[in-house]
Structure formats: structure tokens, C-alpha cells
Write a protein that binds this ligand. Structure first.
Ligand SMILES: Cc1cc2nc3c(=O)[nH]c(=O)nc-3n(C[C@H](O)[C@H](O)[C@H](O)COP(=O)(O)OP(=O)(O)OC[C@H]3O[C@@H](n4cnc5c(N)ncnc54)[C@H](O)[C@@H]3O)c2cc1C
Length: 417
């Protein structure tokens, strides 16, 4: 905890670089029969596997390694899957859209430090979060500042036109119509791939197995007989129980007999590259959540500069955008994840990012595609979908920060607790 981001990232962990081709990457050999197989080594799956392994359960987690760089076209095949955490930063804060959700996130936040200490991998940067909204919110969103009050979360409040906060963060700007609130540490951001690395270090240490592969079928073997899991590289494994934590790909690749009710939404991030000097200067700026007045772009979230694997330091910003779509089939989702910088999105995102940092001379801009997975009730789906098979998915755009607690819930549920 408490590390400023910047050119010299102080995290103790450095991501290993693996080949991108599934099947040639280093794998840990799996047993033929396992008590629980976790499908997906993303944010929910890695947490579930760690809780199971530390609880003494014989567990194997199967999925692409979190450090696998974006799939390149050369490695694409019909089963290819992508993750919604493949980025360098995710916002974390106690404020949330709902009290129950806020409580679950708070549980995960409380355990960040213990996870970092036990694994030796730092992932939490507690720079705080600055929230800007018109008083009362808007027609699309509840007022997040009112939610801070309702949820009893300590914060500093600045009414519309009160720019006292700018004495601390003079490079940022919001419209004078907006009130501002600062939620202090432990709010800030987490590095999702480092969090997964921390979870998996502890899973391995407790005897769990990690397999670098894609699951292409989960077949129930009959009442009480468990499951057969088939993978893209030809493994056939058996398990008594399954946790399906495949994120946006839960309903694809024959993982589940009856699809669960999920809505996928495309989302695009803009990465604005800053100079090394700006990266140092802005490293301890807070993350931002900002409800805009714009008709085309809503609910902005943003991190201070973070170093990306190519060495560039970038401010990341995302939002709901009028161009977003709702893909429903595997082929469309795969094609979406393979898109490069999209000029139509950039046209909307770039000016919005620049408006928040009026004096910063960005040196480049690029966009990255992602998918948000929603449920009808806007809560993560942690449920037994069929006997012995628990689905854990749908962060509804906010699942990363509390992923450890959502994964713990899935682990409890699959054990029948
Ligand atoms: C653009 C964007 C910004 C976000 N920002 C925030 C934020 O600031 N704060 C926050 O808290 N949350 C944020 N979220 C949400 C958060 O990232 C997700 O809720 C979280 O990643 C969900 O975790 P998951 O395990 O369900 O899915 P994922 O993290 O996507 O993991 C699913 C894993 O399953 C694997 N998989 C899929 N199919 C298979 C298969 N057949 N076999 C094996 N493995 C498979 C995938 O490769 C992936 O690794 C954001 C999401 C997006 C898209």
C-alpha cells in the first residue's frame, strides 16, 4: 500500500514475459481428478482459487495466464478468449452504487495489505479518489457524493465553485457547476495483473495447480458424478465441482448448458501518454470519477499516470459512450477485442481527457477495447447454476476492487457453505 505510481514502479513483482501461444507457455502439470476446477484465471477466478487452496481444497485453475500480452492475430483461433482486466490500473474506493456492494468491497479493501504482505507482490496504490458531480447527480446516475454521505464514508467536500481542492491538484479541472469530494486512502487504484499474481502465488504455495489453457467444454457426468473438463490443447480433466469464472466468455465455448442472463457492453479506454516529467509530477494525483453533462459520454473514470508494459506512462480514462454496443456472440466479441485504436471513439475521448488536464501536453493517444459484463440487477453473479457448478462473473463495471471478496463468496458457495 501507499506507493506512488511513476516511471520507477516500486512494485516488487515484475511480470514474466511469456510466449502468446496457448499450449507452448509454461504450465504446471494438472492432476487427472481434482476436487474443484476453476475455469478462468481472471479477477474472480484467481481469488476463488486462492481461497479454496488456502482452505485445503484440491483445486486447479485453468485459463490464459494474466501476464499473457494481448493475443496477436498470429495466435488467434476459434476458442480464443480475452479478459476484462487486461490493463494496468483499476479504480478502487469504498463509495459504491449500493450499500451492500460497498460493504463487500470494503471487506476486500481491508485484506489488500495482508495479501500484499503474504505474497510479496504490491498491487495497491492508495492515492485517494476525487469525485465530481452536479449536486443531485443526473438523469443517468445517482449522486456519488450523496452516496459517500449515505454510506458513512469519510471524505472532504467542496461545493460547486469551491476550488480549494485545486491547491493540492492544480493540473486537474472540472466545471464550476460540479461539487467535488475527495475520498482518501485506501481509495486509489489497484494493478489488476499484480493482484492476480499475488492471488496465484498464494494458490501455488498452498498446493493449488495452475494450468495455462482454454476450456472448450464442461460436461456434467451425471448426478453426483462430477464434471469432465476439456481444453483447447486436448487435456481431459475430471473434477467433483466447478467454479465458472470466465468473465465475458461465460456463455461461450460450451462451458454451461443453459446460458446465464448476462449483457455484454463494449467499452473503450483512452490512454494519453505523458512525458516522464509529467509522470513523476502527477504520480500521486488521485483517481477520478466524474459525471459529465455530455450527451455522448458519461460516467468518466480516470487514473493518474501508470507505466504500461511498453514503457510509456499513460493517464487512462474510460466512460460510457454513445457508440457502445451489446455483442451477443463469440465471434463478434473476439473481433471486438482484436480492434486497434478506434478513431471514432478517439474523437470523443481525446477532447474529454484534455479538458480534464488543460495544461498537460500529451505526447500520444491510443484507445483499447474492453467488455463490461452486466446482470439485470447490476450485482455480480455468484450462484449455483447447476448442481456442483457455481458461476462467478459480471463485475458490472466495478468488480475488480472487490474481486477478492467476490471470489471468496464463490469458494464458499461451491463448498456448499
Ligand atoms: C474498461 C473497464 C474498466 C473497468 N474499470 C474498473 C475499475 O476501475 N474498478 C473496478 O473495480 N472494476 C473495473 N472494471 C471491472 C473489472 O475489470 C471486472 O469486473 C473484472 O475484471 C471481472 O473479473 P472476472 O474474473 O469476472 O473477469 P475477467 O477479469 O475478465 O476474467 C475472466 C478470465 O476468464 C478467462 N476465460 C474466459 N473464457 C475462458 C475459457 N473458456 N477457458 C479458460 N479461461 C477463460 C479470461 O481469459 C479471463 O482471464 C472495469 C472493466 C472494464 C472492461
Amino acid at each position: 500500500m501507499s506507493h506512488a505510481a511513476g516511471a520507477a514502479d516500486p512494485t516488487k513483482y515484475s511480470c514474466p514475459s511469456y510466449s502468446t501461444s496457448i499450449g507452448t507457455m509454461p504450465t504446471t502439470p494438472a492432476h487427472d481428478t481434482t476436487e474443484v476446477i476453476v475455469v478462468g484465471r481472471g479477477m474472480f477466478g484467481a481469488a476463488a482459487a486462492r481461497h479454496l487452496a488456502q482452505g485445503g481444497v484440491d483445486v486447479t485453475a485453468i485459463g490464459p495466464n494474466a501476464y499473457d500480452p494481448d493475443h496477436s492475430p498470429a495466435t488467434l483461433n476459434e476458442h480464443d478468449v480475452f479478459s476484462s482486466h487486461n490493463d494496468e490500473a483499476r479504480l478502487t474506493r469504498r463509495q459504491d452504487r449500493d450499500e451492500a456492494w460497498a460493504e463487500i468491497t470494503a471487506r476486500a479493501l481491508r485484506d489488500y495489505r495482508a495479501l500484499e504482505d503474504a505474497s510479496g507482490i504490491d498491487f495497491h496504490h492508495d492515492v485517494g479518489c476525487l469525485i465530481a458531480s452536479r449536486p443531485g447527480g443526473d438523469s443517468r446516475n445517482h449522486d456519488p457524493i450523496a452516496q459517500l454521505r449515505e454510506q458513512g464514508i469519510s471524505h472532504e467536500y467542496f461545493g460547486p465553485g469551491d476550488r480549494t481542492w485545486a491547491e493540492r491538484w492544480p493540473r486537474l479541472d472540472f466545471p464550476a457547476t460540479h461539487a467535488t469530494a475527495f475520498e482518501p486512502s485506501p481509495a486509489g487504484y489497484i494493478r489488476p495483473k499484480h493482484l492476480i499474481a499475488a492471488q496465484e502465488t498464494l494458490t501455488r504455495r498452498s498446493g493449488g495447480t495452475l494450468l495455462n489453457d482454454i476450456v472448450t467444454g464442461v460436461r456434467p457426468l451425471g448426478a453426483g458424478a462430477g464434471f469432465e473438463i476439456v481444453t483447447a490443447t486436448g487435456h481431459h480433466l475430471r473434477s467433483s465441482k466447478v467454479v465458472l469464472a470466465a468473465g465475458a466468455f461465460t456463455n461461450f465455448n460450451h462451458l454451461i448448458a443453459t446460458p446465464v442472463n448476462l449483457e455484454l457492453k463494449t467499452e473503450v479506454l483512452v490512454l494519453g501518454e505523458v512525458t516522464p516529467a509529467n509522470a513523476d509530477e502527477l504520480a500521486s494525483y488521485p483517481t477520478v470519477k466524474y459525471l459529465t453533462d455530455s450527451d455522448v459520454l458519461d460516467a468518466i473514470y480516470m487514473t493518474p499516470p501508470v507505466q504500461y508494459p511498453d514503457g510509456r506512462s499513460c493517464i487512462k480514462m474510460g466512460a460510457n459512450i454513445c457508440l457502445d454496443t451489446n455483442p451477443t456472440d463469440l465471434d463478434t466479441v473476439q473481433r471486438w477485442f482484436r480492434t486497434a485504436t478506434d478513431d471514432s471513439y478517439l474523437e470523443l475521448l481525446q477532447p474529454a481527457l484534455q479538458a480534464l488536464w488543460p495544461d498537460i501536453g500529451f505526447t500520444s493517444f491510443r484507445t483499447r477495447p474492453c467488455i463490461v459484463t452486466y446482470t439485470p440487477d447490476r450485482f455480480p453473479l455468484i450462484a449455483e447454476a447447476q448442481p456442483g457448478l457455481v458461476v462467478a462473473t459480471a463485475g458490472n463495471g466495478g468488480g475488480a476492487k472487490g474481486s477478492d471478496a467476490w471470489g471468496a463468496m464463490a469458494a464458499e458457495l461451491v463448498l456448499g457453505n
